[in-house]
Design a protein around this ligand. Structure first.
Ligand SMILES: C[C@H](O)[C@H](O)[C@@H](O)C(=O)CO
Ligand SMILES: [Mn+2]
Length: 418
């Protein structure tokens, strides 16, 4: 390792040690944290099951940056490149439309064998897999309703798909020796104000109860349910609102998924974590970045990211929180997007771990808000960057922006040939 990285790290260690922070222990802890890296950033949420299907469900990818993955092999190759530039051991998050098969198979007929190549790949690389049923980009979701559809035939199709998804997830968990988190998100909602808000919610509840009626060992699969405030075409009403899934998750023992982009623009998910985890065993996060709306921008080191990380660290919530990413930016290099968003998420956790949490809590308890503000502000410019550089180097990943040259080289040699 470069001597200047070691020298800076040792100096930083002394500054943190003066506040009782053991940097080596922090790095050991950081290395245990898995981020669930979403495959869909790699191909603008296209998937492989249905060729040339329009993305639907009220979500949108803008931009047409060249080189997106067009086959499962390309997507895995790109993920490997991204993973080689991100410190730590992580998980990859798949959607059902990423099945790797030549068969003509619909969503309700998917089986674990259609994902065997992903399992083999993950096993070989020591990665975990997470999963999502895909309740969009399909003719049976064309009118914007799936699990809460008023037509039983359509609703049953989606119930079957979600059941199949849990069987696939269970297989992932068994094969990979770590639980697969299966996240249920449906786009169902109305563009304009509905007359009956209740009936679709009753149907969604019934569909979910039917899906979850099959017991699966949590050693293999953990279910999560994701709410949303609005989508494109569901501006006035979303069936699976935050209140709906809070109630559903808490009464059914399901993890609640909080997506940072699924709330009012000034409503932050960081302020929800300690409340939800007081009553729920587990939580799933979709770390994303809304810009004016649920725009799924690449995660940057903004105030909210740091606040999410602080909440997880200060409340000792990390062991019960599954951290997933959810952004899709088609205007920049797809691999760079993964690397920037994932490195930022890990770096924010490191920053949070390098704060004198116990000391700050004690100061707050005795009402010394002056010292609280002073210390929190001073710690913002403590040398966490030196610790981050050391961590990246010690994990055999590029230090600072060195990863960018590698992405550019890969773009020249691999992506530009697609
Ligand atoms: C593709 C994902 O499932 C999707 O982004 C979902 O998680 C979501 O956040 C929809 O807005
Ligand atoms: Mn999401």
């Amino acid at each position: 390792m470069n001597q200047s990285i070691i020298t800076s790290y040792n100096e930083a260690k002394k500054l943190y040690a003066a506040h009782g922070i053991d940097v080596e222990k922090v790095l050991e802890r950081l290395a245990q944290i898995k981020i669930s890296i979403h495959c869909w950033q790699g191909d603008d949420v296209q998937g492989f099951l249905f060729k040339d299907k329009e993305l639907s469900g009220g979500i949108a990818v803008t931009g047409s940056y060249p080189g997106r993955a067009g086959t499962p092999d390309q997507l895995r190759q790109d993920l490997e490149k991204a993973l080689s530039l991100i410190p730590g051991k992580h998980k990859v998050n798949l959607h059902a439309i990423y099945a790797d098969t030549d068969e003509k198979v619909d969503l309700d007929e998917l089986e674990p064998r259609h994902f065997q190549s992903w399992v083999d790949w993950a096993k070989e690389r020591g990665l975990g897999l997470d999963f999502n049923p895909t309740c969009f980009s399909h003719p049976k979701a064309a009118d914007g309703f799936t699990l809460s559809h008023s037509d039983d035939e359509i609703r049953n199709f989606w119930i079957k798909h979600c059941k199949a998804s849990r069987t696939i997830a269970e297989h992932f968990g068994k094969e990979l020796g770590q639980p697969c988190v299966t996240n249920f998100w449906v786009p169902d909602g109305y563009k304009d104000t509905p007359v009956d808000r209740l009936a679709p919610r009753v149907r969604l509840k019934e569909s979910l109860d039917e899906i979850f009626s099959v017991e699966i060992d949590p050693l293999y699969n953990i279910d999560a349910v994701e709410s949303k405030l609005f989508g494109i075409g569901s501006e006035s009403y979303v069936v699976g609102s935050h209140e709906f899934y809070m109630g559903y998750g808490l009464t059914r023992g399901k993890a609640i998924c909080l997506d940072a982009g699924h709330f009012h623009p000034t409503e932050m998910i960081s302020n929800k974590l300690s409340s939800i985890l007081m009553f729920s065993e587990q939580l799933l996060l979709h770390v994303s970045r809304p810009v004016r709306w649920d725009s799924d921008h690449v995660v940057t080191m903004d105030d909210e990211l740091l606040e999410i990380a602080r909440e997880l660290v200060r409340g000792d919530l990390l062991s019960r929180t599954n951290i997933g990413l959810d952004f899709f930016d088609g205007s920049i290099n797809h691999i760079a997007a993964w690397v920037i968003g994932t490195r930022n998420t890990i770096k924010a956790l490191l920053r949070a771990m390098l704060e004198p949490v116990e000391k700050l809590k004690q100061i707050e308890r005795i009402g010394d808000y002056t010292s609280r503000l002073a210390l929190v502000e001073e710690f913002k410019s403590y040398p966490f960057g030196a610790v981050w550089d050391y961590y990246c180097a010690s994990q055999d990943t590029p230090v600072r922006e060195q990863w960018l040259a590698e992405v550019k080289r890969y773009e020249q040699e691999v992506l530009s040939a697609r």
